[in-house]
Unconditional design. Sequence first.
Length: 148
Amino acid sequence: MLNHITIMGRFVRDPELRHTGSGIAVASFTLAVDRDFGPKDGSEKETDFIDCVAWRNTGEFVSKYFTKGRMAVVSGRLQIRKWQDKEGNNRYSAEIVADNVYFGDSKKDATDNNVGHTATPANNYVPPVQPDSGDFALLDDDDAQLPF
């Protein structure tokens, strides 16, 4: 039998890192995942909010490097948990137990979109790097000097 799932979405909030009584790290987080198709009436695509949990090193990795709004690719297995509410009714929760979590965007994309906790200049201007006059020699504009 096969129980494998891969999703790609954005963090709804910063991951929450906890430790079990025996010191094992566990991170809980939720990804907002857009559906591939929109409704027939042309309105916006629907979004699913999928709960995920990552254990041990994967959980520590997630809590250290991911923040609200970052894009992530999560692969793992789907798990259905059964629990009882205060009235004694049986309830079920579906979540992904993450085996691997990958970056779905680059750090630059995250900063350009003001995702996470880093700031970027409003105009996204990056000044050009000026070479030292020490170890570099400027070439003439003649392309004949280039080896390719």
